[in-house]
Design a protein around this ligand. Sequence first.
Ligand SMILES: Nc1ncnc2c1ncn2[C@@H]1O[C@H](COP(=O)(O)OP(=O)(O)O)[C@@H](O)[C@H]1O
Ligand SMILES: [Mg+2]
Length: 200
Amino acid sequence: MKYMDDPEGATPFTLDERDGLKHKHVTTRGELDHLEQANVANGMRWMRRSRKKDLLTERYVRELHRQLFGEVWKWAGNFRNTEKNIGIDPREIGVELRLLLDNARYWIEHKTYSPKEIAIRFHHRLVFIHPFPNGNGRHARVMADAILMKIFDQPPIDWAGGHELQAIGPRRSEYISALRAADQEDYSPLFTFAGLKREE
Ligand SMILES: Nc1ncnc2c1ncn2[C@@H]1O[C@H](COP(=O)(O)OP(=O)(O)O)[C@@H](O)[C@H]1O
Ligand SMILES: [Mg+2]
């Protein structure tokens, strides 16, 4: 189970979840990363084609996860039912996601925050809920970008900033510590990380 030694802030799999791997020959983290990357690229193409009016629904959130990870994991698009070191009680996922989607619709309608701030806050809240057994970070980054691109007609966030965000390194550490600050309601490190300017 070599591929279980994940980078900082990654969610370890349970044995059951590992069973959901569609490619039984995969034994290393590198092989798994490779398969997931190809799948994620296809899922992002799907996102670009999808309709704006469907976006802020549970159905879309789950379908996007399935599009990003469904070629690799059988459980893609289904909420987790196990406790993780990150994320809320699995029984609360449906309710909390519903609240987040309602909040986001309200923020958009009432221009509570700027488009980019809405996308960043949405991203943090979604990874905080941690709806899925894995892929939450990547899925929630694509979700935030979908909000910016499809609802606001704005460019996506430069999450990686020229680095490889999935790999261990300074960019990843900055990202994870910014999320931890946001967990404590200090959003400014995450705003800086995501390139939100003061006047935005
Ligand atoms: N303290 C935290 N608060 C909120 N989100 C976090 C925290 N630590 C990690 N995360 C998020 O969880 C993600 C890891 O979860 P995981 O399901 O493994 O996603 P992925 O497989 O896409 O990396 C990180 O990329 C990050 O987005
Ligand atoms: Mg992971």
